[in-house]
Design a protein around this ligand. Structure first.
Ligand SMILES: O=C(O)CCC(=O)C(=O)O
Ligand SMILES: [Fe+2]
Length: 360
């Protein structure tokens, strides 16, 4: 995990001004988001409209789910085929998710296994990828809550699409109708506690550097930290993108980058060691008041045997309906900025990317 610093350049935007504001406020927020996605591809949204107690409740369901015995979680197994992305994946089983794609230069990082477990669910009406639930009595109420949280997240995605449509002046209803089938994916992620040395020496990672595959991703994270985002101006350098109170982190995926004719960035990110904390180690001596002295202050992660705590995060991946034609959006091309890519349907794009992945 070399080359990381503590300062994140990701803007924080008050989305409440978009949800409740007058037209000029909506336009101002839309411009702020456009700027953020052009510069870093990530933005923190405050006042995003998903109630705080719902977010907390989702983390609490996630805790309960992952605390179940492995054999119980395996009653809702993720199918071996990557095409059906639902259900539970145990640590070590799924190195790279099919929703993501690694650029050539970082493909080699795949050799470092991710140490995480996940549970995926989607739209209850998605016939291509039906949800895979535990028997209700194993975790009563889990399914009902997850279905309602999916709906909250989907609604937020549509409001973000509205803001982006204003930013580009997309005509006729904007981008929201291109996501009408809600082919989205709600993921619970648990990174088990791990020896700091394992992460530090790159023996294992929490999640390797990757970009997201679809149009937009929402990310809720707990207080642990460790998420890092690549600096677009300095490839290979990562900045921290830790939790911001009551904010959801939103980022652009590869499909949206192409759709916006590379105006918006799909930025590489990863999860590793949390920010360094210090710990004082008491020394062997005793001072006049009986306190131990002669100790030293060390970076916690440098101390031998230090364990990095469990981390929980909740990404929500959005993508466009499969028949959507992905061709440079209005406002993203012109005489001075020609279209970079051939039109392709969202479905054609998935096929193309799958083929490229298998060639590697
Ligand atoms: O756990 C996180 O903070 C990031 C997860 C992520 O990037 C992903 O699942 O695509
Ligand atoms: Fe990601």
């Amino acid at each position: 995990m070399a080359h990381s610093n503590n300062t994140s350049t990701i803007p924080i935007v008050d989305f409440g001004a978009f949800l409740d504001g007058r037209q000029e406020e909506k336009e101002r927020v839309a411009r702020q988001m456009d700027d953020a996605f052009r510069e870093v591809g990530f933005v923190y949204l405050k006042n995003h409209g998903i109630p705080k107690d719902k977010v907390e409740e989702c983390f609490s369901w996630s805790n309960k789910f992952f605390a179940l015995p492995l054999e119980t979680k395996m009653l809702a197994p993720h199918p071996p085929s990557g095409a059906h992305h639902r259900g539970y994946s145990a640590p070590g089983l799924e190195k790279v998710t099919q929703h993501q794609y690694e650029k050539d230069e970082i493909a080699k990082s795949r050799e470092v296994p991710d140490y995480k477990e996940s549970y995926e669910s989607g739209n209850v009406n998605d016939e291509a990828q039906p949800n895979i639930w535990l028997p209700e009595e194993k975790l009563p109420g889990f399914r009902t809550f997850m279905e309602s949280y999916f709906t909250e997240c989907a609604a937020l995605i549509h409001r973000i699409l509205d803001a982006l449509s204003i930013a580009l002046a997309v005509p006729a209803g904007g981008l929201s109708p291109t996501h009408s089938q809600s082919l989205f994916q709600l993921r619970l992620l648990h990174y088990p506690a791990i020896d700091a040395a394992e992460l530090k020496n790159n023996n294992r990672s929490r999640i390797n550097a990757h970009s997201d595959f679809g149009t937009l991703t929402l990310l809720f994270q707990d207080d642990v930290g460790g998420l890092e985002v690549e600096d677009p101006k300095h490839p290979g350098h990562f900045s921290r993108a830790g939790p911001v109170e009551d904010a959801v982190l939103v980022n652009i995926g590869d499909l949206m980058m192409r759709w916006s004719n590379d105006r918006w960035r799909s930025t590489v990110h990863r999860v590793g060691l949390p920010p360094p904390r210090t710990m004082s180690i008491p020394g062997p001596g005793v001072d006049t008041e009986g306190r131990r002295n002669g100790g030293k202050v060390v970076e916690l992660e440098d101390a031998e045997g230090v364990v990095v705590p469990d981390r929980y995060s909740i990404p929500f991946f959005a993508t466009a309906d499969m028949d959507t034609v992905i061709e440079a959006l209005p406002g993203t091309w012109g005489a001075d900025r020609p279209k970079k890519y051939e039109p392709v349907t969202a479905w054609g794009y998935v096929q193309m990317r799958m083929a490229a992945t298998y060639e590697e």
